[in-house]
Design a binder for this molecule. Structure first.
Ligand code: ACO
Length: 703
């Protein structure tokens, strides 16, 4: 990223408005007016060939007629005129173009959009947009947009893919008393993408936290990279999570891989904190822009009401920071700030008798205690206390404690007086919320931030014993046959090329061959149909298990072929696979999709025939470390089953972690070839006894 160019684009020292209109109410007029009204100190140059002067500023026919240097141009002219103006801006030596104009890729005009980017790049310019509202920056007093005013000042900055939402958020900052420094509308992302804005905002001295409203990344992998490197917290609100996975999928993994789950995984791997909705985006931006991370898990709640204390306790558990009893010394000290019927355990209930002295004393002591990693102070309005005085004493207590590296959040439940006190706290840089669960959720975000930041560098390692050439030969042969789906046996051979333990199996085309192979492997045996036209073998009656003898092999061979022919009369039947029968164990699934946003992505979950019903699966964008693989195993709902329930011994989870890592390596190595894949079921045995891939499916990318 060229910082100088990005600075020119996002914090220009001088700006031209190309299409500045003489007519009030038009976008080109509004943008010019907003620049003037925001008290922007840089040069403003209206460009319009038909006007001499607009809003008291000298107007020029083209940017080339402006004698001064111009950093950025805001374009508010119809789309068809944009290419010529881009060239003029390039000739003028402008650094960046904020193209407000609509009518490009969002209406199917990809070529026009591509063309203007090419033109801009020829001159070393960057484009924000097109189809944007513009850029707003409090610290630069710059409203280069058609949003009516700068947001309430704050220290977080927001990048929004939706222009209308950005205008709404701008106005809402005043109502919610949560400010932003910059609001950046990113529009069609023809050139400047989320990754660029993350990188740029990370070095912007007026931004302490980066919030993103996302409909879809264009540059998923680059975003992960930029976010991983970022030193500031990033919060992502992903909208449109329902449609993405709907595309017809040929594998279990394909059908389970929705946008929501993959974005969730990518966020976590990138160190991006998720916001659940717009309210949550505001709440989390507020806390992450003002407070340090919660470095450990010890959360202490101080309250003056049992009810809010219980609500806080419930929320703490729900949001992943469950309360623990406070150590004896904390309890002993805090008892000094409550009546005998108070409780110092945690939540610390100062009771309704709590006055400013008790709040002051308990907050000051608690925040300074080494056991406490984060403090949530809850307050219910009472007849005995003035909310404003409580707010002031909390602020004083924090200041007098001298502690700066531990987070505090506050909740007020009450009426107008409480609301005023909350706003006062916000003005003083202390995150205050209107309900206990919101204050706890905010604290949980600080805890989550510390944790996910630790994990961002859990990248993958290379694996040994790989025969890529062999895998490619199998794939090439299938392609030569005009197939995109590998048969089970081909899929297993590819897995074997990456050292994945598969059950021994061989393709047979006659009963005698089947008998020969079965005798070689030893009984019991499994037999399955092999046909590229039959993906769901069980549904076709194409699987017979637990065959104990030669007669059984002959019988099964006939049965399978007859069933397959009845199921699909046109099916191309390769034969019947004879396979060693894996002993019983716990079934899991490992699979992959080549996600269009993030690329090769691995899925893990409890396997078998119910996988699509239970949907107990989790994802990671490859590559990732074994630590992440272990986390995948522990984060599914069925994790206790793998850990061993009701006296059962634990499964070989280390073997699962190993195979997940090999799988991740394989799908990256073969990312030009594999579109989706499943190893399902993978039968896992007791700790130390490994696992076996029993069934395999690989779907190739269409070429
Ligand atoms: N150089 C300088 N000025 C020019 C040029 C040029 N090459 N060509 C035209 N102009 C002038 C025109 O003379 C006109 O000035 P005037 O009003 O004084 O006569 C001005 O530029 C604007 O041109 P118009 O043809 O009048 O275009 P109009 O203002 O109707 O529309 C606009 C232009 C606003 C860019 C429109 O094409 C558009 O894209 N609108 C949608 C923008 C938008 O909403 N973007 C954000 C989407 S995000 C969201 O959802 C909110």
């Amino acid at each position: 990223m060229n910082i100088e160019v990005m600075n020119g684009l996002l914090t220009p020292k001088s700006v031209a408005v190309v299409g500045a209109s003489t007519k009030p109410g038009k976008i080109g007029h509004t943008v010019l007016m907003n620049l003037i009204d925001s008290n922007y100190a840089g040069g403003i140059f209206p460009i319009n060939p038909k006007a001499e002067e607009i809003l008291g500023l000298k107007c020029y026919p083209s940017v080339l007629d402006v004698p001064d240097q111009i950093d950025s141009a805001i374009l508010t002219i119809p789309a068809k005129f944009v290419p010529d103006v881009v060239v003029q801006c390039g000739e003028k030596g402008i650094k960046g173009l904020n193209i407000i104009t609509s009518g490009f890729s969002e209406v199917g005009k990809q070529e026009l959009e591509h063309h203007i980017v090419e033109l801009a790049h020829q001159y070393g310019m960057r484009i924000l947009g097109p189809n944007i509202v513009g850029v707003l920056s409090n610290s630069d007093k710059f409203n280069g947009s058609f949003a009516p005013f700068l947001p309430l000042p704050g220290s977080g900055s927001l990048v929004s893919q939706s222009g209308a939402l950005l205008i709404g958020i701008d106005a809402a900052t005043y109502l919610r008393k949560v400010g932003f420094d910059k609001l950046i509308s990113i529009g069609n992302m023809s050139d400047v993408n989320f990754s660029d804005t993350i990188e740029w905002l990370d070095q912007d001295e007026n931004t302490t936290c980066i919030s993103l409203y996302i409909e879809g990344f264009k540059d998923g992998r680059k975003v992960i990279e930029a976010a991983r490197k970022a030193k500031k917290p990033i919060i992502g609100l992903k909208a449109g999570v329902s449609a993405h996975g709907a595309a017809a999928a040929a594998s279990h993994t394909g059908s389970l891989a929705g946008a929501a789950k993959i974005y969730k995984a990518a966020f976590r791997q990138a160190g991006i904190i998720e916001a659940e909705n717009l309210d949550n985006l505001f709440d989390r931006t507020l806390v992450l822009s003002l407070q340090p991370p919660m470095k450990g898990d010890n959360l202490l709640i101080i309250t003056n009401g049992g009810g809010v204390g219980v609500l806080g306790t419930d929320a703490a558990e729900k949001f992943g920071v469950p309360l623990k009893y406070a150590p004896e010394d904390i309890q002993a000290e805090l008892k000094k700030y409550m009546p005998p019927f108070g409780s110092a355990k945690n939540p610390v209930d100062l009771t309704g008798m709590a006055d400013t002295d008790w709040y002051y004393g308990s907050v000051k002591y608690a925040i300074a205690h080494p056991w406490v990693d984060g403090l949530v102070v809850l307050y219910c309005e009472t007849a005995m206390t003035d909310p404003q005085e409580i707010a002031q004493c909390i602020k004083r207590a924090i200041k007098d404690s001298g502690v700066k590296d531990k987070p505090v959040t506050i909740s007020y439940v009450g009426g107008e007086k409480s609301e005023k006190a909350m706003h006062w706290l916000l003005k003083n840089g202390i995150p205050a919320y209107g309900a206990p669960d919101l204050a706890i959720n905010a604290m949980a975000a600080l805890n989550e931030y510390a944790k996910i930041k630790e994990a961002v560098n859990d990248l993958g390692e290379d694996i040994d014993n790989v025969d890529k050439q062999k895998a490619l030969e199998i794939i090439k042969k299938a392609r030569a046959d005009g197939r995109n789906a590998l048969t089970e046996i081909e899929s297993k051979r590819v897995f074997e090329a990456y050292s994945l333990p598969v059950t021994r199996s061989e393709l047979t085309t006659t009963k005698d061959e089947a008998v020969e192979v079965a005798e070689k492997f030893g009984f019991p045996i499994v037999m399955k149909i092999v046909s590229p036209d039959i993906l769901h073998k069980s549904d076709a009656g194409g699987v017979v298990i637990d065959i104990q003898n030669v007669d059984g092999i002959r019988k099964a061979f006939n049965e399978i072929i007859t069933n397959a022919k009845t199921y699909n009369t046109k099916a191309n039947i390769h034969g019947v696979v004879v396979q060693e029968m894996a002993p019983w164990g716990t079934e899991v699934i490992i699979g992959s999709v080549n996600d269009r946003t993030f690329g090769p992505t691995v899925m893990f979950g409890l396997g078998g025939i119910f996988v699509e019903v239970l949907k107990d699966v989790t994802f990671r964008v490859a590559p990732f470390s074994k630590k992440q693989a272990r986390q995948m195993i522990s984060e599914i709902r069925g994790a206790p089953i793998l850990a061993g329930v009701r006296g059962e011994k634990p499964c070989d989870r280390e073997a699962i972690a190993n195979i997940i890592c090999k799988y991740a390596f394989m799908i990256i190595d073969l990312q030009d070839e594999i579109s989706e894949s499943d190893a399902n079921p993978v039968v896992v045995y007791e700790e130390g006894n490994g696992l076996k891939v029993v069934d395999a499916r690989i779907i190739l990318k269409k070429k």
